[in-house]
Design a protein around this ligand. Structure first.
Ligand SMILES: Cc1cc2nc3c(=O)[nH]c(=O)nc-3n(C[C@H](O)[C@H](O)[C@H](O)COP(=O)(O)O)c2cc1C
Length: 133
């Protein structure tokens, strides 16, 4: 399995991860659950009206963290906006519960993919493993 697939599978398994952004010099963090591997890229989804979206527009560097048992995963990188309709449709197909809040043409739904990402798989018992995508 490719590194990026392992990252997406981990995020799918935990259901909830935490996304950190910067607002000026103040870190902001919140729970997120969306993850989609599409066209070789790892996407997350948010709403353009949210503060998180505005923070990413001002500073695309983010980090996410998730944990599962004695393991945890960090992904640091930059998020890139992708307004293509097909990736929004794919996200809604993968996570149909989003359909109550978002639709591809609502002017709010936002898909963002990681670039220059470094993912680190960590555990209490083994050496960390770092992959880039
Ligand atoms: C389990 C869980 C998963 C969530 N997943 C997402 C998500 O994938 N995308 C999103 O925009 N908001 C998601 N939210 C809601 C955000 O955490 C919430 O809107 C948050 O306030 C956004 O950050 P902000 O207030 O800095 O804009 C989720 C909330 C929970 C409890």
């Amino acid at each position: 399995m490719e590194a990026i697939e392992r990252v997406c599978q981990y995020l799918d398994e935990v259901h909830t991860y935490y996304l950190a952004t910067m607002e000026g010099d103040q870190p902001r963090v919140r729970p997120f659950g969306t993850a989609l591997l599409y066209d070789g890229k790892l996407y997350i989804e948010t709403g353009k009206v949210k503060n998180v979206s505005k923070q990413i527009a001002a500073n695309p560097k983010v980090e996410i963290c998730a944990c599962k048992g004695p393991t945890w995963l960090r992904v640091a990188g930059e998020l890139v906006n992708d307004d293509s309709r097909e990736v929004k449709v794919a996200m809604l197909e993968k996570m149909p519960s989003l359909k109550g809040m978002y639709s591809p043409d609502d002017g709010n739904m936002q898909m963002l993919y990681f670039k220059n990402a470094t993912a680190t798989f960590c555990s209490f018992t083994e050496a960390p493993e770092t992959v880039n995508f």
